[in-house]
Design a protein around this ligand. Sequence first.
Ligand SMILES: NC(=O)c1ccc[n+]([C@@H]2O[C@H](COP(=O)([O-])OP(=O)(O)OC[C@H]3O[C@@H](n4cnc5c(N)ncnc54)[C@H](OP(=O)(O)O)[C@@H]3O)[C@@H](O)[C@H]2O)c1
Length: 305
Amino acid sequence: MTHFLVTGVSGLLGLNFALAVDGKKHQVTGVANTLPMAWASFKNVQAELTQAGVIERLIEEHKPDVILHCAAIANVDLCESEPERAKFVNADLPGTIAKACLRHSIKMIQISTDAVFDGVKGDYQEDDPTNPLSVYAQTKRDGENAVLSANPDALVARVNFYGWSATGNRSLAEVFFNNLQAGNQMNGFTDVTFCPMNILDLSDLLVEATDLQLKGIFHMVGAEPMSKYQFGVRIAEKFGFDTALIKPVSVRDGNLKAARSPNLSLSTAKLQKALGHDLPAFDAGLQKFYDQFRRGYPQYIKTLI
Ligand SMILES: NC(=O)c1ccc[n+]([C@@H]2O[C@H](COP(=O)([O-])OP(=O)(O)OC[C@H]3O[C@@H](n4cnc5c(N)ncnc54)[C@H](OP(=O)(O)O)[C@@H]3O)[C@@H](O)[C@H]2O)c1
């Protein structure tokens, strides 16, 4: 049994990981901040992680085997407006946690992002040079460096995932779902490519990587690169919505505050070699997202916060 201390447990990844993993082979203690849990089947506490001494106190009180650090300012455009706060939370805090983990002989898993790359080349390997285009991406890349220079045994997972969230709007898949269900027209970027992974598949991979004691940087993204427009169409088809509601447009028409990398297809060859198996197919992941909907999971998860 591995005891995970999961930061950002009120967020999209933290909460889904905790629900998927706690009480099976492993145990989770979750840490939320401004959105404390209303109730949950797993143990959880509230803490502002940037306050002095908080990380040490959490480690001493809960004695985890692993800190899965999901907490971040993950809103790309918010980071552009508040660069100093973004640096403090996304770059400095991971370094502090990595040092504390080293002192206490605890494994650290830092959740990073595909957006550390500029998206010019595509099919990125783990050791390709990074070139972040936005404040968010820059602070996440600095967070990777802070973690690995403080604690070379840490695992840095560069991810891109989708799933159902407690607030109902944290993932792109939910944004497509909400609008398509309401019959709203939506834009889908045809010139932004990514590799979305179902959050349940990512949770399984993070546990497997922990069991295998992987360290260093790994790409943990979906097996199939696609544009954001194609992603929306696949969701519409799965749920039986009208695909014509999604208008194929360029990201240049999106009026986004922060720059987006055009081609974030990432190679997962290093991960597959370490695991000794292929990654789950996109369609299988989308089926899990759909099955959760059929079982009322989106309503259930909203009751937790
Ligand atoms: N969503 C994606 O597809 C995607 C893609 C690439 C990488 N990532 C990375 O994946 C990780 C998880 O993202 P997500 O989508 O799950 O994010 P999210 O839904 O926005 O959740 C962020 C979490 O961080 C917590 N948090 C932020 N600042 C904190 C602080 N100072 N102290 C304590 N907790 C704090 C929030 O707590 P409260 O809400 O309780 O305040 C929340 O639980 C992030 O590292 C993100 O950069 C996400």
